[in-house]
Write a protein that binds this ligand. Structure first.
Ligand SMILES: [Zn+2]
Length: 225
């Protein structure tokens, strides 16, 4: 009976925990193969498989949607539009660095900023040079995006799966129209010229997916209402 009661208590806790809507955005797709184009291990395939693995790890607790679940090309603005339409709590774009310009145990978290837009934001009157409204949507969430990026960085480093994780700020066309906290995560290293077995490939994916899912989980807590 005590066993049953403890299960019930467990369910009670799950119901009160913050259940978020997370949009995962597998980078590239279709003709846009990303790094290692032409390879079975190209970036567009890796990011989709990684997004699916991260989604599987998060979906027991959160609603997780992918901007693409197939090998299709998406315009950058369409990626943010998916997250905006779903009124998601967090958007994470996934990318991978490609050998030899990376290490398996590094990752980078990017947040969007565009100096030109920040400089323009002080103006009170709109002018013809003002950017379209959607280009400024992410700027309003910059503080939360920065906090999320820091939480992800700390969690990824603490996971032991990565030796070094950095946070960078850059103009990110896929995130600029995101009207919600959003980060772009570039993991590790893919090795398009190395023919991995299916097992090796899945091992590498899972080595990234578990820590990434846990890091997103930690970051979501900072956004909890
Ligand atoms: Zn990429």
């Amino acid at each position: 009976m005590g066993f049953l009661l403890s299960i019930a208590a467990g369910y009670g806790q799950a119901e009160t925990a913050f259940a978020a809507t997370v949009v995962l955005d597998p980078g590239h797709g279709g003709n846009n193969e990303g790094a290692g184009s032409g390879s079975a291990f190209s970036e567009k395939r890796f990011t989709l498989a990684l997004a699916q693995a991260v989604a599987a790890a998060l979906s027991s607790k959160h609603r997780v949607e992918l901007t693409r679940s197939a090998d299709i090309e998406l315009a950058p603005a369409d990626r943010a539009a998916v997250a905006n339409h779903l009124k998601a709590d967090l958007m994470v774009s996934l990318h991978a660095a490609v050998a030899p310009y990376c290490s398996d145990r590094t990752a980078a978290v990017y947040i969007h900023n565009d100096e030109r837009l920040v400089m323009g934001s002080g103006k009170t009157e709109s002018s013809k040079s003002d950017p379209p409204a959607w280009e400024t949507l992410q700027i309003r969430h910059q503080q939360n995006s920065q906090t999320v990026a820091e939480e992800i960085r700390i969690a990824l480093e603490a996971s032991g799966a990565f030796d070094h994780v950095a946070v960078y700020t850059a103009p990110l066309i896929a995130l600029m129209g995101a009207d919600l906290p959003a980060v772009l995560l570039e993991v590790g290293c893919i090795h398009p010229t190395v023919a991995l077995t299916k097992d090796q490939y899945e091992q590498q994916l899972n080595a990234y997916a578990g820590p990434i899912a846990a890091a997103i989980e930690t970051a979501l807590d900072t956004l909890a209402p």
